[in-house]
Design a binder for this molecule. Structure first.
Ligand code: ATP
Ligand code: MG
Length: 304
């Protein structure tokens, strides 16, 4: 499925994925140029969601490779199905058939395709999400870099397998460690920052449709304020704002105020010291002032 830039932007909106013009442009180019897209950014800013939403937009399968320490080619690319091979040998023996030949045992029938192989073998262009690539070992990263260079893999017993379709590849990283220049060179690079107030309000509204517009804005205001406090260690992610919004809606709230923030602080600040710090830094009247100012700036002028 091929899309123009304008169609891509519209599809992001339709699918509730809120992003800037420059983000949409980078994604568009990655799809057009058939280059992997490397997304870095803080937790919860929508990196993984980008892979998921692209699969929905392109109406194709999402194949996910979750990276972790110790991930190797066998788990990422292919493995031989030893149990099935053994069973075949046993069966032949029991039926007193002639012994199965080695090349028959190492054929496609006994190959377990893992995400990378699945993605390049798919009959249509799929989305391959290589999630949290910074968690894998540098050796695996080097292997990935090779695989993403020419989209072909070599299986000694079968020969070289070349991609039927080059997948749309989305790699995500939390920057736990610096990725190699080689991998970065292969990719188009996107850094996702925390959303702006307007963007976060829209994200909350799209994920929690029942929410009152003012409450969505209030949550975005307080979340942005918490993130701007240098001493807060675990800054709230967008996912936490969404959880907070869902909780407040289920409590039938339509705006925030200092008392409600204090009563539900644990839903958004998940560190005891951060809670204390926030509590000590803001008097209730300060919080109410911040909320009023944020609403006014957001065009919500008829507000308390
Ligand atoms: N721009 C956005 N538009 C719509 N939803 C978003 C956006 N950013 C974040 N979200 C929502 O926030 C939640 C967290 O997003 P996601 O899992 O993609 O974060 P992440 O960047 O992959 O975080 P982590 O680094 O912790 O894996 C999801 O529910 C997602 O829908
Ligand atoms: Mg993620």
């Amino acid at each position: 499925m091929s899309l123009t830039l304008e169609q891509l932007k519209g599809s992001f909106k339709e699918n509730g994925y809120i992003c800037s013009e420059s983000t949409a442009l980078t994604v568009y180019l990655a799809i057009e140029l058939k280059k992997p897209l490397l997304i870095e950014g803080l937790p919860g800013v929508g990196k993984t969601e980008m892979g998921k939403v692209l699969a929905r937009i392109l109406q194709t399968e999402l194949i996910r490779l979750q990276c972790y320490e110790g991930l190797d080619e066998a788990k990422a690319l292919y493995e031989w199905n030893y149990q099935k091979q053994l069973l075949r040998i046993q069966l032949n023996r029991n039926l007193e058939k002639e012994q199965i030949r080695e090349e028959d045992l190492f054929s496609r029938e006994y190959l377990l395709e893992r995400p990378l192989l699945k993605a390049i073998q798919a009959d249509e262009r799929v989305v391959l999400l290589i999630d949290e690539v910074d968690k894998c070992d540098p050796e695996f990263e080097a292997f990935l870099f090779e695989a993403l260079s020419d989209y072909q893999v070599s299986v000694p017993e079968l020969g070289t397998i070349t991609a039927k379709n080059i997948p749309v590849v989305v790699l995500t990283s939390n920057s736990d460690r610096e990725l190699s220049d080689g991998l970065k060179r292969r990719c188009l690079y996107l850094f996702l920052d925390f959303p702006t107030l307007e963007e976060e309000t829209l994200i909350i509204q799209s994920k929690v449709p029942k929410i009152n517009a003012m409450l969505a804005r209030d949550i975005a205001i307080i979340a942005a304020n918490m993130r701007s406090q240098p001493n807060i260690r675990k800054k709230p992610s967008v996912a936490e704002s969404i959880d907070w919004a869902e909780s407040l809606v289920s409590l039938h709230k339509s705006t925030l105020d200092s008392d409600l923030v204090a009563a539900t602080l644990n839903l958004v600040l998940k560190n005891r010291n951060d809670q204390k710090l926030f509590h000590d830094s803001f008097k209730p009247e300060d919080l109410d002032k911040i909320l009023r100012k944020g609403r006014f700036n957001g065009g919500l002028k008829n507000c308390p």
